[in-house]
Design a protein around this ligand. Structure first.
Ligand code: ASP
Ligand code: MG
Length: 424
């Protein structure tokens, strides 16, 4: 059994959906679980719908839903032509319910409403793709992931109840393969024990593919992307990228920890646990090799990888009472940082000060400074960049630090990290 995952870009228009069908047809004779995300930028649009509901902006709420509806209905017209009525009949009540949410009296928490609304992007996309696959000759079944993936009540970043999920998938889903060759389901969504929809965190569809693969003990997982595989750097920031042909689970986890964004970080662990290989392949060139992530690590250091994070701010705290940096004030600093919702990209301490590097656009700097000013003197440097090199050597270090001032550097055997500022 195989698991395929198609993200938003791979179903963003009618020709993309046709291409998904072509890819599945390449695997005749296989049983395939197909996990699909919301189409194109639908998740962002639905996040806006939730905002407009919450801020009681009726005009913007209606307009945004209409935009989402038109986008899908135009895609349907192009894809199904004169056969578009059955799928429209399935989707119309979903959009009607969504529109009616504005007049509902009872509002739950923001996160609850978020999950009920944003999850619809995946419901709609899988209905469209499944209907098309059937017309295109595939023996395909639509499955509601909200009935299979059991989670806790954290509506925007839900934790999986693995035992319950495995049971639901084995009993309520696997037997369908007696009748069907492929089963289409949604990434990113689950349900609570009291049957309300939850979401697994943005970009969580990869993780769903990992969950299904783990629960059915799949032979392999393939994530179909618009790049040829995992590259050794983001082509936006780096010329002459190289594809990584074969890396270990451990290496993939390290790369995503340092900020490489090809695969959702939670995806790898369940696959590593059951030694299920993960392929990253191009949906544009589906017969090309791509990248395989698997247990063996002997190929990990063949190619150095580069991970860039821009727009970094380096903040240093010095206790005003001139005490040394030790356990007590470290835990105090962490407490204040977590109050400011700061996610630390790198940290370093000396005798008298402690420094953290943060994404500047994810913090409220004034609020953060306010949380520290009574007890610490605080200095900061903005507009820095963080470069991580896995499997570095002098040549790669020279390449990334050329014409840059080095604010800070950290090296371990396999990893070198630099906080840099261009020399102006
Ligand atoms: N549609 C969701 C998102 O855009 C999940 C995913 O694409 O993986 O975040
Ligand atoms: Mg998406």
């Amino acid at each position: 059994m195989k698991v395929f995952k198609f993200g938003g870009a791979s179903v963003k228009d009618a020709s993309a959906v046709r291409n998904v069908s072509k890819i599945i047809q390449l695997y005749k004779g296989e049983k395939i679980i197909v996990v699909i995300s919301a189409m194109g930028k639908t998740t962002n649009a639905l996040e806006e719908v939730v905002q407009f509901l919450w801020t009681k902006n009726k005009a913007a709420f209606d307009a945004k839903i209409e935009e989402v509806e038109n986008y899908h209905f135009q895609l349907i017209d192009e894809l199904f032509g004169e056969n578009s009525n059955p799928i429209k009949t399935i989707l119309t009540p979903i959009f009607e319910n969504l529109k009616n949410k504005f007049s509902e009296e009872e509002k739950n928490s923001f996160d609850f409403e978020y999950a009920q609304i944003v999850s619809l992007g995946e419901i709609i996309s899988t209905q469209i793709v499944n209907s098309f696959l059937k017309i295109d000759g595939l023996n395909s079944n639509w499955v509601d992931a909200r009935k299979l993936i059991r989670t806790n009540h954290n509506y925007r970043e839900a934790e999986i109840d693995w035992n319950k999920t495995e049971m639901l998938i084995r009993e309520g889903f696997l037997p369908n393969f007696d009748q069907f060759d492929c089963q289409i389901t949604q990434g990113f969504i689950g349900h609570t024990s009291d049957n309300f929809t939850t979401t697994l965190g943005r970009e969580g569809s990869d993780f769903t593919a990992g969950i299904f693969a783990y629960c059915v003990h799949a032979d392999d997982v393939t994530i179909w992307k618009d790049v040829p595989g995992m590259l050794n750097a983001d082509p936006k920031f780096f010329q002459n990228t190289i594809k990584l042909d074969r890396i270990s689970f451990r290496e993939a986890i390290e790369l995503s920890y340092y900020g490489a964004s090809v695969i959702h970080p939670k995806t790898i662990k369940p696959l590593q646990n059951k030694e299920i290989p993960l392929y990253v392949k191009s949906f544009i060139n589906p017969e090309a090799e791509g990248t395989v992530i698997q247990s063996e690590s002997e190929f990990d250091n063949l190619v150095p990888s580069f991970i860039f994070k821009h727009n970094q701010i380096l903040i240093s705290f010095t206790p005003r009472d001139f005490s040394f940096i030790a356990e007590e004030n470290l835990s105090d600093i962490f407490m204040r940082l977590s109050k400011a919702n700061a996610k630390i990209n790198l940290m370093q301490n000396s005798a008298l000060s402690f420094s953290v590097l943060l994404d500047e656009d994810k913090i409220d700097l004034q609020q953060l400074l306010g949380l520290f000013e009574n007890h610490y003197s605080v200095k900061f440097n903005e507009n820095l960049e963080l470069v991580t090199i896995r499997h570095y050597d002098q040549k790669t270090v020279d390449l990334v630090t050329k014409n840059k001032e080095i604010f800070l550097e950290q090296k371990t055997k396999e990893t070198a990290r630099f906080v840099l500022k261009p020399i102006s």
